[in-house]
Design a protein around this ligand. Sequence first.
Ligand code: SF4
Ligand code: SF4
Length: 337
Amino acid sequence: MLKKWNFSTAEFGSIRKIVQVIFLITVILIGYRFYTFTVQLEAGIIPDIDRPPGIEGFLPISALISLKYYFQTGIINDVHPSGLLIFLFISAISILIKKSFCSYVCPIGFLSEILTKIHLKIFKKGLRVNMFIDYPLRLIKYCLLVFFVYTIFFKMNGFAIKQFLYSSYNIIADIKMLMFFTDISMTAAIIIISLIILSVFIRNFWCRYLCPYGAFLGFLSFFSLFKIRRDEEACVSCKKCDEVCPSSINVSKSKNIISDECFACGKCIDACPSKGTLSLSLPGKKFRLKPVIVCIIVVFIFSGGSFLARYTGNWQNNISKKDYMNYMIENGLVNIP
Ligand code: SF4
Ligand code: SF4
């Protein structure tokens, strides 16, 4: 007989998989709709469907520029408004529950996990990168982050920010991004395939070493209210938590995990034989989050936030389909004689 699913006792792993699949399906649906929208524009046809605003979640640099514009003017720009809001939702999640965005929502994080499974099939206990190589490599993503933050917040003045936000380059940045993949160059394809192969040999290669978004969330996660906390007295020092941690964190030696690499995936909690020793909780191990609550918080911030944004008119941008067509023609992206 099938075992009855019990949400209250479900482990982080099973709940996380459900949420990851839900978000992956959402991203695929958004991507497919946006692809159809773009193909029609490319063919010189005014699209018969609306552009899905969720696609702006893939424009983090534009979102960072929008954030500065918002700080300067108090206005949510109407070119990629949902891009800024998605950026804020993700930041809020990180301030609350570490880098849970990466382990619950991000499709690249999901892909990384699948590649890690392949890694573990090949290398059984998994390979760890020597710390003298690991630490300098981890700095790369922070260097990229500093570059973007410095350029946007210290080098671009108000005029440059506004000029960029309302430029045709930014308006159709999502379309160009899609075309980057649909009409991929040989160099880009080689780089992407190399990253995938590297991720099979080095766990979480992209997320751990190269993703500036992850670096930003890692920085925010230092301030996270909920963290993995260990009850030293209850711990039996079996080190099972260390073995399963995808970020190679020495959980068994820390009281509170403050690492910027912690995804709040809960694998350490699931693996711990001494139940209750590890928890995702507030200081003093208060208010221990159950996996289902983490999932509700993450889903609520995204769906509640986007609903509120729709309700207040800050979700869909103000660019008409005809304007999109004009920008496409201006940029030579329409395939009509
Ligand atoms: S410390 Fe625990 S929750 Fe954090 S990444 Fe490692 S296994 Fe996941
Ligand atoms: S798995 Fe649990 S009992 Fe074992 S070392 Fe980690 S915290 Fe301690």
